[in-house]
Design a protein around this ligand. Structure first.
Ligand code: SAM
Length: 228
């Protein structure tokens, strides 16, 4: 969990990957969410020309945190346009990556925002991105899946990307809904997005990048989990 840093020097002491993130990304706004700037990947930057083996040899995992995923862009757009879904609420952004959705929730007036990702580099990217947008996030890098509900609203941006993560988070999200939490999902209709129990509440065209996807434009939606 990272606290607010007093100055840039302190921040870099606390966050050893911060310099790497700043040096290897470009500050840009995702096209669907021009209000929020992030440290993002670009295809002319060396880090994003490295293959998985090279990344591993450099002690880095796949830099999911350097992309504004289509599902996250849709969910952030929905939150900024419909702030009542988070205003005054205790919010969790699960699988927060860059922190895009969490930052949108903070800007829309959430009471507090926990931004959670198990990738330690994501935690560092989120802190830099929160500072860039002048918001405070409670950044948690532990695995929260299975923990007791502590939130009014749980936001899930583009996390149903394979069978393993879906099998892990789905029963927990259902238990949070049963416990009274509202769970909102942003997703470009990936194969593992649950087919049952989701009510579509918004649709967008989300420009993304062919660095991580097979297309530069994704149709993305926002869904509400129903208590079934
Ligand atoms: C495709 S990215 C989406 C990032 C962001 N929400 C967005 O839409 O731009 C999925 C993220 O889920 C994170 N993740 C995977 N398993 C997780 C877990 N058990 N708890 C929290 N985050 C997890 C990954 O590290 C990755 O950053």
């Amino acid at each position: 969990m990272w606290d607010d840093a007093d100055g840039e020097e302190d921040l870099h002491e606390m966050l050893p990957g911060a310099s790497l993130i700043e040096d290897s990304t470009r500050i840009e706004a995702p096209r669907l969410v021009p209000e929020i700037e992030l440290h993002l990947a670009a295809d002319d930057l060396p880090l994003f020309r490295m293959g998985e083996d090279e990344l591993e040899a450099a002690g880095l995992g796949t830099p999911y945190w350097a992309f504004a995923w289509a599902g996250g862009q849709a969910l952030a757009r929905y939150i900024l346009d419909t702030p009542s879904v988070v205003r005054g609420r205790r919010v969790l952004d699960l699988g927060a990556g860059s922190g895009l959705v969490a930052i949108a929730a903070a800007k829309a007036g959430a009471f507090d925002v926990t931004a959670n990702d198990i990738d330690p580099m994501a935690a560092e990217a989120m802190q830099l991105n929160a500072d860039l947008n002048g918001v405070y996030l409670d950044i948690v890098a532990e695995d929260l899946v299975g923990s007791v509900n502590a939130w009014d609203t749980v936001l899930v941006g583009d996390v149903f990307y394979d069978a393993e993560i879906t099998g892990l988070i789905l029963p927990w999200l259902k238990s949070l809904v049963a416990d009274g939490a509202e769970v909102l999902v942003g997703d470009p209709g990936r194969f593992y997005l649950p087919k049952l129990g989701l009510q579509r509440i918004a649709s967008y065209h989300a420009p993304t990048t062919s660095l991580m996807e097979d297309s530069d434009l994704r149709n993305a939606g926002v869904w509400r989990f129903q208590d079934i």
